[in-house]
Design a protein around this ligand. Sequence first.
Ligand SMILES: Cc1cc2nc3c(=O)[nH]c(=O)nc-3n(C[C@H](O)[C@H](O)[C@H](O)COP(=O)(O)OP(=O)(O)OC[C@H]3O[C@@H](n4cnc5c(N)ncnc54)[C@H](O)[C@@H]3O)c2cc1C
Ligand code: FES
Length: 344
Amino acid sequence: MRFAELATTPLLPADYLDLVNPLRSGADLRGRIEAVVPETRDAATIVIRPGADWQPHRPGQYVRIGIDVDGVRMWRAYSITSDLGRTDGCFTVTVKAIPDGKVSNHLVRRAQPGTIVQLDQATGEFCLPEQRPAKALFVTAGSGITPVMGILRNHPELTDVVLVHSAPTADDVVFGADLRQLAADGRIRLVEQHTDTAGMLDAAAIAELVPDLAERSTWACGPIGMLEALEEHWNAAGIADRLYTERFRAKVLVTGEGGTVTFTKNGTSLEADGATPILDAAEDAGVLMPSGCRMGICFGCVLPLREGAVRDLRNGEVTTAAPGDGVLIQTCISAAAGACDIDH
Ligand SMILES: Cc1cc2nc3c(=O)[nH]c(=O)nc-3n(C[C@H](O)[C@H](O)[C@H](O)COP(=O)(O)OP(=O)(O)OC[C@H]3O[C@@H](n4cnc5c(N)ncnc54)[C@H](O)[C@@H]3O)c2cc1C
Ligand code: FES
């Protein structure tokens, strides 16, 4: 090995092995995009062959994917939508391109088979319990169908399932054909709400559509407003413990003045407003940042604040650091609250 190291300097032998086989056991966990399959006009399923060290996921979990977009490595979370029984060793995620979304548009419209992406092991708690519910309700909207599709594909033992799904039109329903087939086969009762013509469903309307709602364990995934309305309704009905929600983004509650953010090791300084997470502002300026869920739950974005002040966008709490303090902050939910120096 020492001889090999001398021969390959300045790279390590492992770097050459990675070039030959980036998915090998022992390498950083990566995946190769095998196919990009369109689902709707703005959503696609990405088929990924994971590296040898990939561990099977639990249906409903998500995976963090790191991909280079215009030369900048970006990490985003995507729910796994595939059947665990696939024989080709691949898994899938299904991505909906959002307006101005950097990674989602790249994956849906530009990603090519053969692209190598970084991966983390699957994680998340939006899964069925060991003791399967006798009656289940899923409430989803837009791309919020993805973890639920992962669950439905892998849990045929669920016999009494209602799925209430909202999308602007019938053609915008991600997995529309699959869901309608599940309904035709009697596996689920499917309620499609096409919001362009029929408007949004509120919690009371869902309760009317599903009269035995209180008897059902409910999993919901969709826009923040929808999830909050459901939480309120389930709380008021005294059945909050039967509702499980999955959020795709954090809710920004409090903003304030911004400031100059300096990344001391990297040497970059930028002006950030008081509403933009430092993580987003840094990536926009081309700074390679550690990140994870981007919504304050995984701590994958934590960096030391050497000096200055940041505001937690979820509750307005200001964290300050005197020179040398190195207070740890989550950059995905913290905005500048004045000048700040970050050790990165
Ligand atoms: C646990 C988890 C699972 C997820 N699963 C999926 C999935 O299966 N399929 C899927 O398509 N997405 C999923 N997401 C969302 C995904 O991680 C990205 O947030 C999304 O693709 C947008 O990234 P972007 O780089 O395109 O947008 P960015 O460039 O980061 O943002 C562009 C603009 O859109 C806003 N924005 C950011 N995220 C969202 C969002 N989710 N909805 C609406 N506006 C947003 C930003 O504030 C900004 O204004 C999941 C997120 C989490 C936390
Ligand atoms: S990226 Fe997960 S907590 Fe910040």
